[in-house]
Design a protein around this ligand. Structure first.
Ligand SMILES: [Zn+2]
Length: 235
């Protein structure tokens, strides 16, 4: 009974499609893990930035200390001896530089504080998400495994069923199934193709009365089968 085998194949194919959809959905949830990876990467980058900013800060502080030291030295020599125009000029330049550096050091402190806060926030987010993922991952893995087994079992079943068909009949089924997105078969309703609504000629019903019929709709090409008693040729 080729028609019966076609029907079985269609049922199995629809189950397979549903399983694949379910598995894709579960796999989609693994995007959470990629997001977490992205967050960790961002945190590493931010930590590197913080290191650089701290190094810059300590360079600035060193320079400021040097300038202040020189400033004190020149101020002391000015206090002791007579006023030297060159020394007065240097004092002015040093004071200006010290003021600039002080401002830069302050700005650098602020920048570091901002980065530290951001880093703290990122760490909290990562910790929360990592915790959630740790709980979720085994469940998702188990789901994937279960779906994989179910898919394998159905595929094995499909092979067994398909093996009962002649290669040409299987080819026809596979071709129709692909072309009509999983519906290789169409029921006859009110002497019409249940899929494309084509009115079916009497010849179709004559053919359906022959042994092991594989009759196709003249319009859409799907394989037809009787669905309701009132759709019989006698009606
Ligand atoms: Zn049709």
């Amino acid at each position: 009974m080729r028609l019966r085998i076609f029907t079985q194949l269609q049922t199995i194919d629809q189950q397979l499609a549903a399983l694949v959809r379910e598995r894709d959905e579960v796999l989609g949830k693994f995007a959470e893990r990629d997001r977490l990876r992205g967050l960790r990467e961002a945190r590493r980058n931010l930590a590197t930035t913080l290191k650089h900013e701290r190094a810059t800060s300590s360079d600035l502080q060193w320079e400021l200390e040097d300038v202040e030291l020189r400033l004190r030295t020149v101020e002391e020599s000015e206090r002791d001896g007579p006023s030297d125009p060159l020394a007065a000029r240097e004092l002015m330049v040093l004071r200006e530089r010290a003021a600039q550096l002080e401002e830069q050091v302050l700005r650098q402190f602020e920048r570091i504080a901002e980065i530290e806060q951001l880093l703290g926030e990122q760490e909290q987010t990562i910790e929360g998400q990592a915790h959630a993922w740790t709980e979720q991952e085994p469940l998702l893995q188990a789901q994937i495994e279960r779906l994989g087994q179910a898919l394998e079992a159905r595929q094995g079943q499909r092979q067994q069923v398909a093996a009962q068909l002649q290669p040409s009949a299987l080819e026809l089924y596979d071709d129709l199934q692909r072309r009509h997105r999983g519906t290789a078969l169409a029921p006859i309703r009110n002497r019409q193709c249940g899929a494309c609504r084509a009115r079916l000629p009497a010849a179709v019903f004559d053919l359906l009365a022959t042994p092991d019929p594989l009759v196709r709709c003249p319009r859409c090409g799907r394989v037809l089968y009787m669905s309701e008693p009132d759709a019989s040729p006698a009606a």
